[in-house]
Write a protein that binds this ligand. Structure first.
Ligand code: NAD
Length: 543
């Protein structure tokens, strides 16, 4: 495997490179024994004698799991089972459903080591970055566990005729949500995004990426232990272009996270069926370092912003826009921190960055860097694969001198590569940050918090973090998170993150008098009465 991947993108490292992290922890083979894979695989909806699909541990290239693949017919079965379970679940009071999320929160924190091993084994990311997923899911479980009742409760509205019309907005579950998730945050993007769907009274048919299906299957087991009826969460796995459309074909609502290209296809299929969809897609996110920024804090923040999960994070920063007056000093501090990052793949804390997930990610990363260098960009740090550490390691890389014709300038790399650009005015920085069809996340660094928020208001991204990379906005789970432009439609988190899984239903009850000529009034008299009534209501500031 290493021959296929690392050699294709870079030469053997020479001279000083990023240091290796101390090893330690269990091996992949010990952490993911065949007995665990066999147990988790029973959670896949796949009937008959399914074809098996192999996954590989990115850290070492060794065989990880052999999993049954679902067929489009299995997807249909999954929807039938989910639909059958959904009615009774939806009939439970919200608080009973929410209690499952709160129990899940506690179980997850208690048994986090099990899933940290799985996430590392399936993605190759550092344990600290795997832990971010535990954190995000626990926060979402607590938030929706506590706040779902408020989001979902009936809301009284002014009726058509004051006093005589009683109007209530109710929230009904969509039914069965088709939930398609990628490999990069397998815990957060499978169960984290499913929690609000469940608490709103839905069932879920989830298609995780095959590479990271074990993590989703583990989360399903844990949620069942917390009290979720087993049939309510179906997991199907298989080839994305085959199984993904089958999920969309049966879903009452689609929740998709993945690339913009696939997102467009999913959106079209959902639109053809007139079912709603939320789409959490790609980005080319910018971080702005203003002249008055605390440069040490910004340099440390940039490391988190650019290299968490080896840059395979949708809200990762790939463009650093730095005020010219501080750019050299910032770059020096940022590069020193970047070169010191310890790379490694033990299933234990201690590494600052892990490996990429697949040969495809390694290929894109290497190609973006090499093309840029050939066209005149400078490598300030990193810039090469590290096959000495594992088949898919690539050093955290900073490029300077990147110009618009280079792919790395505008295309999402989705790897540990960031390019630095200098600006002279705030106007220029805002224009540069916004000069992309994407609009997912951005980050602004300044000592003047008011100014930071004013700049944020001018950025066309769904989240903006002032003096933080991404975790401040993402972790504020009561507040919506998602993308503008090519970065998607709809939001996770907050009210929007749960109400998307519901249909609004207005129940209006009329008393005493119909909304029509009555009590002996003819049409003209009725029209005159209503006209007078409307004028009075406006004068009384009725809403
Ligand atoms: P991808 O679009 O290739 O795959 C995502 C999921 O869709 C996988 O489960 C895949 O099997 C499935 N799929 C593939 N083809 C399909 C089809 N035709 N119909 C339906 N489903 C299909 O994306 P990826 O490479 O796995 O993930 C990386 C991308 O996801 C990046 O662009 C990243 O920015 C984005 N992402 C976005 C967010 C966010 O919240 N905005 C979060 C994580 C990742």
């Amino acid at each position: 495997m290493s021959d296929l991947t690392a050699d294709a993108v870079a030469t053997e490292p020479s001279g000083a490179g990023n240091p290796a992290a101390p090893g330690g922890g269990r091996t992949v083979a010990a952490a993911v024994p065949p007995s665990l894979v066999a147990r988790l695989a029973t959670g896949v909806t796949a009937t008959g004698e399914p074809d098996l699909v192999e996954t590989v541990a990115p850290l070492t290239g060794e065989r990880l799991a052999s999993l049954p693949q679902s067929t489009p017919a299995d997807v249909e079965v999954a929807f039938q089972l989910a639909r059958r379970a959904q009615g009774a679940w939806a009939a439970l009071p919200v608080r009973r459903r929410a209690a499952v999320l709160l129990r899940f929160h506690d179980l997850l924190l208690k048994r986090q080591d099990e899933v940290l091993d799985l996430v590392q084994a399936e993605t190759g990311k550092a344990r600290l970055h795997a832990f971010e997923e535990v954190l995000a899911v626990a926060m979402a479980a607590r938030h929706y566990g506590r706040a779902a009742h408020g989001y979902l409760k009936d809301k009284r509205h002014g009726g058509a005729l004051p006093v005589l019309t009683h109007a209530v907005e109710a929230r009904r579950p969509k039914g069965v949500v088709g939930h398609i998730s990628p490999w990069n945050y397998p815990l957060e993007l499978s169960v984290g995004d499913a929690l609000p769907a469940f608490v709103a009274g839905n069932a879920v048919v989830n298609k995780p990426d095959t590479q990271t299906a074990l993590t989703a299957l583990w989360a399903r087991e844990l949620l069942i232990e917390a009290g979720l009826p087993a049939d309510l969460w179906q997991i199907v796995i298989g080839d994305g272009p085959v199984i993904g459309p089958a999920v969309v074909e049966h879903a009452d609502y689609v929740s998709f996270t993945g690339s913009t290209r696939t997102g467009r296809d999913v959106a079209q299929r959902a639109a053809a069926r007139l079912v709603g969809a939320s789409l959490e897609l790609g980005g080319k996110n910018a971080m702005l370092v203003l002249a008055d920024a605390d440069l040490d804090a910004a340099a440390a923040g940039a490391v988190r912003a650019c290299f968490s999960s080896a840059g395979q994070l949708c809200i990762s920063i790939e463009r650093l826009l730095v005020h010219r007056s501080v750019a050299d000093e910032f770059l020096e501090r940022f590069a020193a921190r970047t070169r010191a990052l310890r790379l490694g793949g033990g299933l234990a804390y201690g590494a600052d960055m892990g490996s990429l997930v697949s040969a495809r990610q390694l290929e894109t990363t290497g190609r973006h860097v090499e093309e840029a260098v050939k066209a005149g960009a400078t490598v300030v740090a990193g810039g090469r694969a590290r096959p000495d550490l594992g088949p898919l390691f690539y050093e955290p890389t900073i490029l300077d001198g990147v110009t618009p014709e280079m792919a790395v300038c505008a295309e999402e790399t989705f790897g540990p590569v960031v390019s630095l650009y200098r600006f002279d005015t705030e106007e220029e920085a805002v224009a540069a940050a916004n000069s992309t069809p994407y609009g997912l996340n951005s980050s602004v660094w300044t000592r003047d918090l008011r100014r930071g928020r004013a700049v944020a208001a001018r950025l066309r991204t769904g989240t903006v973090n002032v003096n933080e990379a991404y975790a401040a906005a993402y972790g504020s789970v009561g507040s919506p998170m998602g993308g503008m432009g090519d970065s998607g439609l709809g939001r996770r988190h907050g009210a929007e993150g749960i109400l998307r899984f519901t249909e609004a239903q207005t129940v209006a009850t009329q008393r005493l008098m119909p909304i029509a000529p009555s009590f002996g009034l003819d049409d003209k008299q009725f029209a005159a009465l209503m006209t007078g009534g409307l004028r009075v209501l406006k004068a009384l500031r009725f809403k």
